[in-house]
Design a protein around this ligand. Structure first.
Ligand code: UDP
Length: 446
């Protein structure tokens, strides 16, 4: 019998283009895990909030995977934080879809805190086991972003309730497991550590000269690439500052060649400071620091083109303030490019320091400049790191491995789960946030 999985991911649909403010690693995860478990014999329905009127309600997305766009609030693009008041409608829409189909789901896999709430609620209603992955936690976000954190005020309380309610939590790296234990009092035996991964067929090394020719990059230049969302917490400002330091030091020592920093990402295919305000901030910063001509913004690119950008670079860089997991260092490594990353969250787990790249403290342009200079100055070191990076990804970070571990977790939960005779008697498990959410809805234009 095929087990049916409800994969719930309110804002991050596999269908969405990647690289925008609210589209990133979670979209990749939901897509890859759904396909992966489907290849192992499960049927997965991915439920997302219908925010794009051009999309049909049900999409046959891949073998064994459908994407169900559930109406909840207006069918228009919305920031993910604005989706919270619509979660009760989302929950009920999923339930209606299930009833209309006449087939139950055997297991629910929640993604992010809002869908965690929906998953916990539906788990109760359907008497089905729930596995939950947060992708990012509210406590860390608030700690790192302070007043700039736009999360709804209930976020952390909801997360705590979800941690208590679900059967299993998936942590993507040891740092996330520690957050769940220390900040959320999760029970250790309920946490499964399943690192995320990279598509090694898509992210593959190509000769640097070939990649540069295709992209129109000077074959002789030293190239540093940043790939990812262009938002403050990714701290591309730190990279621009490091480049400026590196440039000053080189000019002072009489050298004239300055590396080029290429920034891949943003809201639009053409770099546009209107659509991506952080691009405007970075341009102004680069101008202030005298490196405007050394920083190139190339806009957002599709996943299937990114291997060329990684392969064209001598070094990839990512120095966010914090990072729940971070797919881009793995992508760089899969393309055989050494990567400098900040020693936070998942990055300190995925980059083997000194072997596949270098770790530096976050918010430290001096340390970053030194690490970049160390790599740029030693092509043998880079080549060794590039080879080691590809090998590390193939060994430990493939989606096939993630699918295998996730399916094993599903099997475990399905084997243990005893459906209750009267599932509805319990009522909503996460009662407080539900009440808040319902109350808010009445004040929100639908
Ligand atoms: N990405 C993309 N096109 C771009 C920039 C980024 O497809 O122009 C992808 C990138 O390759 C990665 C994802 O967006 O797979 C970002 O995931 P990550 O975990 O690094 O960060 P998040 O965005 O989830 O914070």
């Amino acid at each position: 019998m095929t087990h049916r999985i409800a994969m719930i991911s309110e804002h991050a649909s596999p269908v969405a283009l990647l690289g925008g403010v609210d589209a990133g690693g979670q979209n990749v995860y939901v897509d890859a895990v759904s396909r992966g478990v489907a290849a192992l014999g499960y049927a997965a329905d991915v439920f997302t909030v219908h925010t794009d009127p051009a999309l049909p309600h049900v999409i046959d997305w891949a073998d064994g995977v459908r994407v169900i766009n559930v109406p909840a609030g207006p069918a228009s693009a919305r920031a993910k934080d604005a989706l919270w008041p619509h979660m009760p409608a989302f929950r009920d829409g999923i339930d209606r879809f299930r009833r209309a189909q006449g087939q139950p789901y055997d297991l629910i896999h929640g993604n992010f805190w809002m869908s965690g709430w929906v998953a916990a609620e539906l788990g109760r209603r359907w008497s089905a086991p729930v596995a939950q992955i947060f992708h990012a936690t509210g406590v860390t976000k608030l700690r790192e972003q302070g007043a700039a954190d736009t999360s709804p005020g209930e976020r952390i309380a909801v997360e705590r309730a979800v941690v208590r309610a679900v059967d299993r939590l998936i942590a993507q790296c040891p740092a996330e497991r520690d957050e769940l234990l220390d900040d959320y009092d999760a029970r250790p035996e309920r946490i499964a550590l399943i690192p995320s991964a990279v598509d090694i067929a898509r992210y593959r090394p190509v000769p640097q000269a070939e990649a540069r020719q295709r992209l129109g990059i000077d074959p002789a230049a030293e190239v540093i690439v940043y790939v990812g969302r262009v938002v403050p917490r990714k701290d591309v400002r730190n990279v621009v500052q490091a480049l400026a330091r590196l440039k000053r030091a080189r000019l002072a020592s009489g050298a004239s060649a300055i590396p080029t920093l290429i920034v891949v990402g943003g809201e639009t295919e053409q770099p546009d400071p209107e659509a991506t305000p952080e691009i405007g901030v970075l341009q102004a910063l680069a101008a202030d620091l005298g490196v405007a001509g050394d920083v190139h913004f190339v806009g957002r690119h599709q996943a299937d083109e990114l291997y060329r950008w990684y392969s064209a670079a001598d070094v990839a860089v990512t120095t966010p303030w914090y990072e729940p997991f971070g797919l881009t260092p793995l992508e760089a490594m899969a393309c055989g490019t050494p990567v400098v990353g900040s020693s936070v969250g998942g990055i300190s787990f995925t980059i083997a320091d000194g072997e596949t790249g270098l770790l530096v403290p976050p918010r430290d342009p001096e340390a970053l400049a030194a690490a970049l200079e160390r790599l740029l100055g030693d092509s043998g070191f880079r080549e060794r790191m590039g080879r080691a990076g590809r090998a590390r990804v193939m060994r430990s970070f493939t989606w096939q491995q993630v699918a295998k571990h996730t399916a094993a977790l599903y099997d475990d939960l399905l084997g243990q789960h005893r459906p209750s005779a009267e599932p509805h008697r319990h009522g909503p498990l996460v009662a407080l946030p539900a009440t808040i959410a319902e109350r808010r809805i009445s004040g929100v234009a639908q």
